[in-house]
Design a protein. Structure first.
Length: 146
């Protein structure tokens, strides 16, 4: 098991740094390459989670809800934790966000797009060594393409 969080993929560290700075588009872009290279549904779930908040920043509640449904599908198999992240907490937040967005779906999002970020109240994502299983494929080096 990776006791040292520095042993976790640097792309994941960068994703969290950008996500926590509310740079959701940029955070999602950081994981695109590793997701495609490794075929990681976990990375894809995080990408979808971040993209939900890109939609929130743009005042698009339908996009928020749609991306969170996809997030829950992708991350559900990684409960309760994976690669240092409390997946249960992410999924609980996602479900709450979808409910809040649904309650306010009839509002005109163009009236104040920034208010959608307040509605969903995006949490800070953090890595914890107790949430590293140790068997995550993302911890293994990629095969040498030679």
């Amino acid at each position: 098991m990776a006791d040292d969080l520095q042993d976790l993929p640097q792309a994941l560290h960068r994703f969290l740094e950008l996500f926590n700075a509310q740079e959701y588009w940029e955070s999602h872009e950081v994981l695109e390459g590793p997701w495609r290279d490794e075929g990681s549904d976990f990375y894809q779930g995080l990408i979808l989670y971040a993209s939900a908040f890109v939609h929130a920043q743009r005042g698009n509640p339908r996009g928020v809800g749609a991306q969170l449904v996809k997030t829950e599908r992708k991350l559900g198999g990684y409960r309760p934790c994976y690669l240092g992240i409390d997946v249960d907490a992410v999924l609980a937040h996602s479900a709450r966000c979808r409910e809040l967005v649904e309650l306010r779906r009839d509002e005109d999002p163009r009236s104040d797009p920034s208010s959608w970020l307040e509605v969903v109240d995006v949490p800070r994502l953090e890595l914890h060594s107790r949430f590293v299983r140790g068997d995550e494929p993302e911890l293994r080096p990629l095969p040498d393409p030679r």
